[in-house]
Design a protein around this ligand. Structure first.
Ligand SMILES: CCCCCCCCCCCCC/C=C/[C@@H](O)[C@H](COP(=O)(O)O)NC(=O)CCCCC
Ligand SMILES: Nc1ncnc2c1ncn2[C@@H]1O[C@H](COP(=O)(O)OP(=O)(O)O)[C@@H](O)[C@H]1O
Ligand SMILES: [Ca+2]
Length: 552
């Protein structure tokens, strides 16, 4: 391979040790140099190299000149090492950069380089700043929404103590809004925010807060483009502003599945370096009325019931999901209905693949370019659509119907509900868990937390689809209030349930942590509708090469 031309090379001191520091178009490298005892020449061949450390320019956060106290240890060291006995006044500059500390976690590190020549020092600072200014993907102005109420109610503190100073270091200016009520961020984005001022939006909170921001941004983009949200067949206009998530919620699945960890500092650094990750969005309609968008999980049955129950126990914080999960597991309700779907035929992946959606994913880059206008197949057996392929319909009794548009990996389930799902391939994975024994359902749930294949069970089916529709056995139209209608052991509708041993006929859809008003829904995937400040999960995050100077 051709050697890249170097932009700058100097011998500089780092922590009283001599380093050869090189900057080319893409990398800043510093290599420790041990001078031979009888050293005279500055020729590189006369030096022994030890610690080597490289940082991509794209992962440098900032550079600044640093004050050096006269008569520092470094000055004496410089004279000793370079055998220069004339009076030297060291000057220095500090580079702040991203350090990858393992398990997808990033930290901000500083390295201060000392040199004896002020002009050289200034040249380094100028050149590094010039290089950084060429990185046009980096945001300069951000609009930040903080949910003080999500997760353990630490959103404000997390932003102030862990994120704000990093944005300042990277010269990012912010307008910060601490939300005062649910949907504050959504409505502000929809109608008020002057989006021309910003290079991105940041939400501090959980999946629900992210969902608010997504709804506000999509609604605003569609209204600016004259697209009718209620038209389930409409092709939606792409949102250009990227969204950053500072995780401060209860599940943080979207952050975890796009970054690999739910860590506020890591997410702040992904925003600073200007990462970009496209993401699919499902639109959810009920008979041509828009309900919601979903980017992670649409879950009916188990996950819908967990969410409905957990809302009563919000005071428990994230633990409410464990409590309600246990209760819902014990209740073991199944629900009847028909799921019809349009299988994804000309895409590259399958939900049973052993490969995963990772940074720079090949499958997402080679996704089918567009989705044609949504045409809804009949809810009956099988119907033919000459343009899009064949709709399929499955009628049955289900403990859970999940549509995962991404893996839905989160700390509770590190590989997620559909480990091979893709962030940006224009499809969603439907997972059907048919009525089975409690023990079998437990086996399925436990596989979310282990390495075993959660689909390799006779009562579990998985399909990769572009569109789907769910019709509950008891349609919303025939029931005045679906939340209050139950069925007795003989399959008869019962409205007097407190006195009998009956079960609810319908569940609720859990749509990224929000409860939908209707059980009958039509869903279409909009490929790469939004972009996040993320890069997808890195396969083998590079670790420090050799020994880092800080460790020497
Ligand atoms: C017996 C062991 C069972 C373990 C099963 C664990 C499976 C967990 C998978 C969770 C997938 C979560 C998908 C994402 C859902 C979120 O959108 C939603 C809202 O999040 P937030 O706004 O941050 O509160 N979270 C949930 O619905 C929680 C589901 C938890 C179920 C136990
Ligand atoms: N200031 C606020 N007061 C009450 N609710 C809010 C506020 N700001 C946002 N919300 C709502 O809080 C809900 C949960 O937020 P989220 O950040 O996802 O936390 P969690 O992960 O704990 O559910 C969301 O539905 C969001 O609309
Ligand atoms: Ca997808």
């Amino acid at each position: 391979m051709e050697k890249q031309p170097s932009v700058l090379t100097s011998l500089l001191l780092v922590k009283s040790r001599l380093f050869e520091v090189t900057l080319n178009r893409t990398l800043l490298t510093w290599k420790e140099v041990h001078l031979r005892r009888k050293k005279v020449s500055g020729n590189i061949s006369n030096r022994l190299r030890f610690g080597v450390h490289s940082v991509p320019v794209s992962e440098i956060i900032a550079v600044r000149e640093t004050e050096v106290d006269k008569g520092t240890k470094a000055e004496g060291k410089w004279q000793k090492m370079t055998h220069i006995t004339i009076e030297t006044h060291l000057c220095a500059f500090t580079v702040s950069y991203v350090e990858k500390t393992g398990q997808h976690r990033w930290r901000s590190s500083n390295m201060t380089f000392f040199c004896s020549d002020e002009t050289v020092c200034q040249q380094w600072v100028r050149t590094l700043k010039e290089q950084l200014s060429l990185l046009t993907c980096r945001p300069k102005h951000l609009l930040v929404y903080i949910n003080p109420y999500g997760g353990k109610q630490q959103g404000k503190q997390i932003y102030e103590h862990k994120v704000a100073q990093l944005f300042t270091l990277a010269s990012i200016s912010t307008d910060v809004i601490v939300t005062e009520h649910a949907n504050h961020a959504r409505d502000h984005l929809k109608t008020q925010a002057d989006l021309r001022k910003y290079d991105g939006i940041v939400c501090v909170g959980g999946d629900g807060m992210f969902s608010e921001v997504v709804h506000g941004l999509i609604a605003r983009t569609q209204s600016d483009s004259g697209v009718d949200l209620n038209d389930s067949q409409a092709k939606l206009a792409q949102c250009n502003l990227r969204i950053g998530i500072i995780p401060a919620g209860s599940t943080d699945c979207i952050c975890y599945a796009t970054v690999g960890v739910n860590d506020p500092v890591t997410s702040a650094l992904h925003i600073i370096v200007g990462d970009s990750q496209p993401m699919d969005v499902c639109s959810v309609h009920h008979h041509n009325t828009f309900l919601k968008y979903s980017v992670s999980l649409l879950g009916y049955g188990f996950y819908g019931d967990v969410l409905t129950d957990s809302e009563k126990n919000r005071w428990m914080g994230p633990a409410r999901y464990d409590f309600s999960g246990f209760k819902t597991f014990l209740s073991h309700h199944y629900y009847e209905g028909t799921i019809s779907f349009l299988p994804a035929t000309n895409t590259l992946g399958s939900p049973r693949d052993s490969s995963r959606c990772r940074s720079g994913c090949y499958v997402c880059q080679h996704r089918v370019k567009d989705i044609s206008p949504i045409k809804w197949g009949e809810g009956g057996d099988v119907s033919e659509n000459e343009f899009e392929g064949e709709w399929k319909a499955i009628k049955g009794k289900f403990l859970a119907i999940n549509a995962a548009s991404m893996s839905c990996a989160c700390p509770r389930s590190p590989k997620g509900l559909s480990p091979a799902a893709h962030l940006a391939d224009g499809t969603t994975d439907i997972i059907l868990v048919r009525k089975c024994s409690r023990l079998n359902f437990l086996r399925h749930l436990l596989r979310h937390t282990s390495k075993d294949d959660q689909f390799d069970l006779t009562f579990v089916e998985v399909y990769r689809v572009k569109k789907f529709k769910f019709t509950p056995k008891h349609c919303d139209s025939e029931l005045s209030d679906i939340r209050d209608v139950r069925e007795n052991a003989f399959g008869q509708i019962c409205r007097d349930h407190p006195s009998c041993d009956c079960t609810p006929v319908n569940s609720n859809w859990n749509c990224d942590g929000e409860i939908l008003e209707h059980a009958a829904i039509e869903v279409g995937v909009h490929c790469q509708l939004i972009k996040l400040f993320a890069r997808g999960i890195e396969e083998n995050p590079p670790f420090e090469e050799d020994v880092s100077p800080s460790a020497v």
